[in-house]
Design a protein around this ligand. Structure first.
Ligand code: CO
Length: 139
């Protein structure tokens, strides 16, 4: 059902500085940028490698556009660092339904449009060992 790591989401206060760090330290380049007004986040996807299902693994750098956004609140309470991990699945609707059947909380039903034309939802960290887990399908 979950076939790979799609991306690791990292919260940062200064997106351009974080992009520069990841380029200089690891050689990762930005392949996509987006401002998501609804979620209050300015984000960049950095491609790491292709995966054997024809997709890829990324780092997702997340910087808040307002302090009361989810990432803004995360930064205020936890500081910079890993925000979530995203597993790739061929069918996010089926994956979300399977977790709901197990009695787990799924944050967005149906899944919402996400970065790079994907659709995604989240599992609550309190039921996932303290980790915010994203489920994502690329279309
Ligand atoms: Co994500």
């Amino acid at each position: 059902m979950l076939t790979r790591v799609d991306h690791i989401g990292i919260a940062c206060t200064d997106l351009n500085q974080a992009i520069q760090f990841h380029r200089n330290a690891y050689g990762f380049e930005v392949c996509y940028r987006e401002i998501n007004d609804e979620q209050g986040v300015d984000e960049a996807m950095l491609r790491i490698n292709g995966t054997d299902d024809g997709h890829a693994t990324y780092l997702q750098l997340l910087s808040p556009t307002r302090p009361n956004s989810p990432v803004g609140k995360f930064l205020a309470s936890r500081g910079e660092g890993v925000h979530h991990i995203a597993f790739g699945t061929p069918d996010v609707d089926a994956a979300a339904a399977a977790f709901l059947d197990r009695g787990m909380r799924v944050l967005f039903t149906p899944p919402r449009p996400a970065a790079m034309g994907s659709r995604a939802t989240f599992l609550h960290p309190s039921e996932c060992g303290g980790v915010l887990v994203e489920l994502v399908t690329h279309t």
